[in-house]
Design a binder for this molecule. Sequence first.
Ligand SMILES: Cc1cc2nc3c(=O)[nH]c(=O)nc-3n(C[C@H](O)[C@H](O)[C@H](O)COP(=O)(O)O)c2cc1C
Length: 158
Amino acid sequence: MILKLIEAARWAPSAKNGQQWRFTVLTGNSKKALLDEFRGALEKLSEKIGRKEMGSALPSCSIMEKAAVLIVVWNAGTFGWITEEHSVAAAVEHLLLKAHDLGLGGLWIGDVWYTPEVFSEYLKKDWKLFGALSIGWPDEGPDPRPRKSVDEIVEFLR
Ligand SMILES: Cc1cc2nc3c(=O)[nH]c(=O)nc-3n(C[C@H](O)[C@H](O)[C@H](O)COP(=O)(O)O)c2cc1C
């Protein structure tokens, strides 16, 4: 199942066909060990900056702990182009659309950026951290989140 997600991701478009996306898939004990580190670092940060400044970081960590699979996403691009980031984002969206297609639940987690060093150091990667994805079987079917109307987001110039 996870390989189907990665297969979908690798067909994303990328700037100059750089394909700089990289994925670390964690389950079981390896997921728990990493998230124990993450939670510990978040608690420490919370003591330093105050709970109010922590936004959704701790709830996001709980979601990551609950979901069966954690995919840490990296940008191995070497040029430092903004388009390298865009390319990895395209791969992530391919992956999430495939997860939806397979009946899986997927959540893009940007809150890893509260303590990015935890992921880079624990997983010993020199690649740039991009984000993380929590993947699992959904146990709820929430209503769609609100969206801006088409009129609010597009202009047509003639
Ligand atoms: C770049 C990015 C970062 C996100 N980070 C988080 C996160 O850290 N925690 C979380 O619960 N959701 C996160 N999300 C999910 C958004 O909150 C969600 O996509 C948005 O509220 C719209 O809801 P929907 O995708 O269910 O329609 C993130 C989404 C994106 C695109």
